[in-house]
Design a binder for this molecule. Sequence first.
Ligand code: FAD
Length: 971
Amino acid sequence: MTAYPHLLAPLDLGFTTLPNRVIMGSMHVGLEEVKDGFARMAAFYAERARGGVGLIVTGGIAPNDLGRFMTGSARLTTEEEAIKHKPVVAAVHQAGGKIAMQILHTGRYAYHSDLVAPSAIQSPINPLRPKALTTEEVSQTIDDFARCAELAQFAGYDGVEIMGSEGYLLNEFVVERTNQRDDEWGGSYENRIRFPVEIVRRTREAVGKNFIIIYRLSMLDLVEGGSTHDEVIQLAQALEAAGVTILNTGIGWHEARIPTIATKVPRAAWAWVTQKLKGKVGIPLVATNRINTPEVAEQLLADGFCDMVSMARPFLADPLFVRKAAEGRADEINTCIGCNQACLDHTFAGKVTSCLVNPRACHETILNITPTAKRERVAVVGAGPAGLSFATTAAQRGFDVTLFDAASEIGGQFNVAKQVPGKEEFYETLRFYARQIELTGVKLQLNTRVTASELAAGGYAHIVLATGVTPRLPAIEGIDHPKVLSYLEVLRDKRPVGHTVALIGAGGIGFDVAEFLLHSGTPPSQDPAKFFAEWGVDTSYAGRGGIRPAQIEKSERKVFLLQRKASKVGDGLGKTTGWIHRTSLKNRAVEMIAGVAYRKVDDAGLHITVGEREMLIPADTIVVCAGQDPQRELQAELLAAGCTVHLIGGADKAAELDAKRAIKQGIELAAALGEVAAKSAIQPVSPSGQVALTNHAGNAGPIFDTLTVSLENHIATIRLNRPDKANAMNMPMWQELRKAFQWVDATPEARVAILEGEGKAFTSGIDLEMMMGLGQEIQNDCEGRMRENLRRVILDLQDTLTSLERCRKPVLAAVHGACVGGGIDLITCADMRYCSSDATFCIKEIDIGMTADVGTLQRLPKLIGEGMARELAYTARKVNAAEARDMHLVNRVFDSREAMQAGVKEIATTIAAKSPLSIRGVKEMITYARDHSVADGLSYVATWNAAMLMSNDLQEAMMAHMGKRAAEFKD
Ligand code: FAD
């Protein structure tokens, strides 16, 4: 007997029977438009069909050009286009599934200049004003819907879903706020609903009786002037009469300011809306939104809330959801945590969708887990998300995996995250991994803080460090005051916190700590009544749209959320969830202050300066949420002992809220371990472990002996990595520097590069041993040929440095400690230079009896003026950081190396957010202007812009400006 009899009961639609009550809801996955997208979609949907879902609904496909989301988005208007869908449909049918195609006309939400709507009324979330459809165009659009459905049928689909909710075109016709037409498609309610009803009627006529038509009906608009419940009933009945097979539920327009699917929304919170329609129509009703476990779905069906359930994101998280439930293995389901980080946030950033807890989603043809040929022993240190993902995948492949954690339970920081109100779902990910550990045979050793010597003695073929992060403590006077706590002491150790609280750092963790401190009792995410009160949802549905004024629970505490950056507080939060976090804290009167300089902590509180203003925050408690550093203490000793070490997760990159990356990196390394992984490991070539290759199997960058190269958030970091040789530039380094900058140039995701050094010095310049070895290289019996060889070597060395200028992306040199000789040649090729206060600069060549020959003498005079360049080159005297700034060799001096790294990263982040095409133009123009006359430069820029100005970037920048939002540029 199954635990889910209602969920697994077949549904007879008359002409066809669905095997169970589960619909995989429509999601635009971004594959619709990419190269090989249809093949990838075939694999993606077929895997879900094999997993037993009753009916799949595809992402929205436009019935005509005007209905597309963007120029270039998918549409279905011809047989030729329909043929492309056939492999997708065939793959699903072969896997035993059924699939319907969603027809979506985006109406006034479209992001192209020809957007249309019932009336020319602009949406608050789109900078573009729509044009009102003419009466003829309305008729044409109806024809287009019917034709599109016919083509879907031709492609082999089992049905279509007509998208009538979320504020898209059909929904816009239904309500007065967006439909103020005076023809037969506007005015009375009957007139306004004529458009969707006519679309269904004509579609049914076109496709015949034996074809599923789902209609996604906006049952609760959640906007001012939305439909009343009686109107929804009237429309539902009209749709049924027009030929709809199944009515799906839509909740809230995109412009509604009420969260409907984020993790803060209680599970199945909106099922009452569907239930309200039960008994009013004779066709099956589908409940949607935040249904993520078979238990919840079963209960809804058993309690008569609906006839089917639709789940979308849960099928990204686990394609086998239904099959696992049916086979009594529900505890093996990888549960959707509603985070949106890799699905909706990706969609809105124009990236292919995936899933934080399942990075294989939409990458089925790319990321595959195959058995290993050799059962090697692997040690994993750290059972946080990265270690768990790696360990269980590697064990599944057949590796013999031992997983150590110092803590008494698995989960790492997820155990802290799940304490935050609204993040309770994180618990499910840990439940999933706990079960995977049992199933895959990972040998788990909790309460075990392993040392490097134990690991080295263990004889492991691979050691994976997934040791996470350590919270950063900023250097502020009085930071050791007893009223200062770390976020871990608050969230994990539950240390007492006073009435007035200042939070240092307003990243994701700062926001989470604020939420934690401002809630008491059951959080709204666990208590639907509290949730609806807080967000102003009227569950009696007495008025239009189902909204009413919000009622915020009063909090005992006063919280100040502070950040150094001058940008808007919370700017860096997720695209589709950031507004929810910001609204939630604003509702609770949190004071958010940007551009803060922290002066000191004392008994009176936290002393800060904001702009010119000095302030005292009379905080009883100050909580530090100021970032984190990678925890890698085992690495050096393991490398020195000759072990093969891999770094993943926070131990590799300590970005803040980045479980997405941690889990992805874990699974990718595990999938590649063996033949491919050997290339990506850190492998010492000497017992001292001095030579490091780049660090993981993810997306970092090429692997070098003398450089560490990584790529994160569009910023490539090239680090000179011969620390025990003071980063002296030997021949491999010269060669690798050129390759590294060629890679930056050729890698679209890399928009800007930072050049820095590992260890005590930026660089001591050219390696003298290399100079000695040159004789060998240029050797020739003929004096002339030997000299010519030497010339070629010098030209080649020059070319390495010129590669920084050739690279179309800006290069920011970040100098600490000594920068000597060849180092000056190197940094003068960078676009900008910065240094920490300990930096010194010296043109050393004169002291070793040579004329500097790889760029300093040619470039430096143009930076600091000829007189000063001559002085430094003739005397080889040291220049300190302050003097370097005064002579404009560096743009800025930072107090410490850490401050410089943070500061340079901030500048790089700003550059990376700009139009990559325009940045390339600026670099090209400034470099060109340096070496040519003003007239030549002006002529060149005119030609450049004549060719390059009319770009997508220009269009996007203007739309972003009009929409008062940050622009999003393609790489
Ligand atoms: P961790 O999770 O830090 O795990 C490291 C593990 O290594 C720990 O269990 C530690 O005990 C163990 N360890 C360390 N050294 C040793 C040793 N020598 N021997 C044995 N064991 C050792 N991310 C998101 O993507 N979205 C969110 O919404 C989100 N919210 C968050 C909220 C909070 C409050 C916090 C603190 C974090 C949040 N994160 C979020 C971040 C996310 O939790 C981390 O990105 C993720 O946990 C990093 O995983 P990891 O495996 O690299 O490291």
